[in-house]
Unconditional design. Structure first.
Length: 193
């Protein structure tokens, strides 16, 4: 009857308030997990959250990075395959062109990108931006044009680099690791020489 209207309205208000508190707690938990990179989270702190909050925080993180929502099995796969992986592993969970990877105690999320085609090379003088096969662009930012055309291409393995102020060369792979470049990024890294 008419007397039921007030309790239902009160119950709806309580539910809305509880949802707002939950959402605020999730936002606070996500803030504690963040790094300087919004696409990276601290895996150890995430693993310490209660399971229900962990699931909501993971979904919120993916959403805030403007990526497709995690599928139903996504949270379980991230918990089993990524949160339990060793820090030196490069475990990943992918869905519909999106991927979450674990590396060095962090989770990273991004759109999946194809590696640059093996054996791809092109000359470049720097006058105009260079369109890369993966949709990226290489462009000069300040500075002058090159005196001679450079060669841009993909890694083939075994490359060496001489760093400024040094007379000997280093394996490019070692330099990238020392700089903290995640192991999946060199597949999309064009080399210029």
């Amino acid at each position: 009857g008419p007397q039921a209207k007030d309790p239902f309205a009160g119950s709806a208000a309580l539910c809305r308030h509880a949802g707002e508190l939950r959402d605020g707690g999730d936002a606070e938990a996500l803030a504690q997990l963040r790094t300087a990179d919004p696409a990276a989270l601290r895996a150890d702190v995430l693993a310490a959250l209660p399971a229900t909050r962990r699931a909501r925080v993971l979904r919120r993180w993916v959403q805030e990075n403007a990526l497709l929502p995690l599928p139903a099995q996504g949270v379980a796969r991230i918990e089993s395959d990524l949160l339990n992986a060793s820090a030196d592993a490069c475990a990943e969970f992918a869905w519909q062109g999106t991927v979450v990877r674990r590396w060095r105690d962090l989770l990273h999320v991004e759109r999946q990108r194809d590696a640059l085609p093996r054996g791809w090379h092109v000359g470049w003088d720097g006058k105009a931006p260079l369109a890369l096969p993966d949709g990226g662009v290489l462009a000069l930012d300040g500075g002058s044009l090159f005196d001679v055309a450079l060669r841009v291409g993909t890694r083939e393995g075994g490359e060496r680099i001489t760093l400024p102020g040094r007379t000997h060369s280093h394996a490019l792979k070692d330099v990238l690791q020392a700089q903290g470049i995640p192991p999946w990024e060199p597949r999309q890294l064009p080399l210029v020489w």
